[in-house]
Design a protein. Structure first.
Length: 261
């Protein structure tokens, strides 16, 4: 019996873990469906703003996210926070605990969460299915790609590029989950959380969002993103806009000093 349907949920579609022409697209999708069904044996519902995991808690299960948004973050001793990943339906939380049972990060529910738990012993048995193993490998590879992209974005891009790259990435991930409505999508991150993700102050985030809105590119308001010009947003996200500005006469276009805001 499909317990996912009992909860009014549908297993999220494959979200780009494998390219359709990669030769393993269908196998990754089937492995994900098998894993999600197994996780539904231990369903959980969590309120928004609750902590799913805390550092040093011993974890003996993975969590498969069915509904809602979560983020993984670390705290420095003085209270500064770095968000290192945002998790969407279909993502797996805690694969690293297979190797280091005690959590190193907080995992925080950005919205109400519906998820399922799968203990490590059950996961090990399922990994005997090559399609499940392939799906887990694809999940790890996708997380690695997100972290590589985030490091490049924060380390090298100017402010407008950072926010554009983040919004384009979420647009792509949500589109693959069929969660984009026309030119808009739900976006529960606050400006403070955006800053904690991208290494920017709240004032700086607010200033850049205003410039993007006034430029007719994107409007982020009331937890909704409305993309006004996707081509321009993607151009900013590509990093080409700053390269073009660097070759322009002084005072024109984006600058690193402006990005330091």
């Amino acid at each position: 019996m499909d317990r996912t349907s009992d909860l009014g949920l549908a297993p999220p579609p494959d979200d780009g873990l494998a390219d359709e022409d990669s030769g393993c697209f269908a196998a990754v999708a089937r492995g994900g469906a098998t894993l999600q069904q197994a996780a539904m044996a231990q369903p959980r519902a969590l309120a928004a703003h609750s902590e799913i995991w805390r550092p040093q808690e011993r974890r003996a299960a993975i969590v498969v996210l069915f509904k809602g948004w979560a983020c993984r973050y670390r705290l420095l001793p003085d209270g500064r926070r770095q968000i290192v990943d945002v998790l969407l339906p279909g993502d797996i939380i805690g694969l690293g605990a297979l190797f280091k049972p005690r959590a190193e990060d907080f995992v925080h529910a950005l919205t109400e969460i519906a998820c399922g738990e799968l203990d490590h012993a059950s996961l090990f048995r399922l990994l005997g299915d090559p399609e499940v193993a392939l799906h887990v490998m694809a999940q790890l590879a996708a997380e690695s790609r997100r972290l590589d992209t985030c490091l490049t974005t924060v380390g090298q891009m100017v402010a407008e590029e950072r926010i554009a790259a983040l919004l384009v990435a979420f647009h792509r991930r949500l589109e693959q989950r069929q969660s984009v409505m026309g030119k808009s999508f739900h976006f529960p991150l606050t400006q403070q959380q955006l800053g904690d993700f991208l290494g920017m102050t709240v004032v700086h985030v607010n200033r850049v969002l205003k410039r993007l809105r006034d430029g007719g590119i994107v409007n982020v308001k009331h937890r909704i993103v409305v993309i006004q010009d996707l081509a321009k947003l993607k151009h900013l996200a590509s990093g080409r806009a700053y390269a073009a500005a660097a070759a322009a006469p002084p005072g024109a276009g984006l600058t690193r000093s402006a990005a330091a805001g």
